[in-house]
Design a protein around this ligand. Structure first.
Ligand SMILES: [Zn+2]
Length: 179
């Protein structure tokens, strides 16, 4: 049992485990600004305008699929639904039986979520997808899933690998809020 990993879960809903639906909520502590994304904490008008920029919702799905193909080739395809429904805490879901990933674009109070946060949610749900469809791609024998736990060590290993690949693909991450 690794409590560091437990702390990072921050709200995923174990009640849905039996139905094969992972509902993944806000509160993760490891979301960092990525290239082209400006932190909402920056106050200048230029930065506020940039923080509000977002591609059309219809473009987000194809964009995320394209980005993902740069870092990993899935053995089994998945459905991706980018939902406009406003949520308070839920960022995304993974439906095992349909291999469906759903990303919620809109925060009920803050409006459209930053693209970097949405992509990180997408990677999180992709880690669920890969854990269930190809666990042996990630040395699952030494890192097996523990029944009843929403996020296994294997899950975090997969997500860590995906984030690493994306960071490498982008080159050295830059913090634009310091510019
Ligand atoms: Zn999750």
């Amino acid at each position: 049992m690794d409590h560091l990993f437990e702390a990072e879960v921050a709200g995923c809903d174990d009640a849905n485990l039996d139905s094969g639906i992972f509902t993944c909520k806000a509160g993760r502590v490891d979301t960092r600004p990525q290239e082209g994304v400006i932190s909402r904490s920056t106050g200048s008008p230029e930065h506020l305008a940039a923080a509000r920029f977002s591609p059309p919702v219809s473009a987000i799905g194809p964009l995320f699929r394209f980005r993902f193909e740069r870092i990993y080739q899935c053995r089994l395809n998945y459905e991706l639904d980018v939902s406009n429904r406003a949520t308070t805490r839920v960022l995304g879901s993974y439906y095992k039986s349909r291999r469906l990933i759903r990303i919620y674009v809109r925060d009920r109070e803050l409006g459209v979520r930053p693209l970097g946060e949405l992509f990180d949610t997408f990677l999180h749900e992709m880690a669920h997808h890969l854990e269930y469809t190809e666990p042996f791609s990630f040395a699952a024998r030494s890192c097996g899933r523990i029944p009843g736990r929403m996020h296994s060590r294997l899950f975090w290993r997969i997500l860590g690998e995906l984030r690493l690949r994306w960071a490498r693909h982008q080159g050295q991450p830059r913090n634009y809020t310091d510019c």
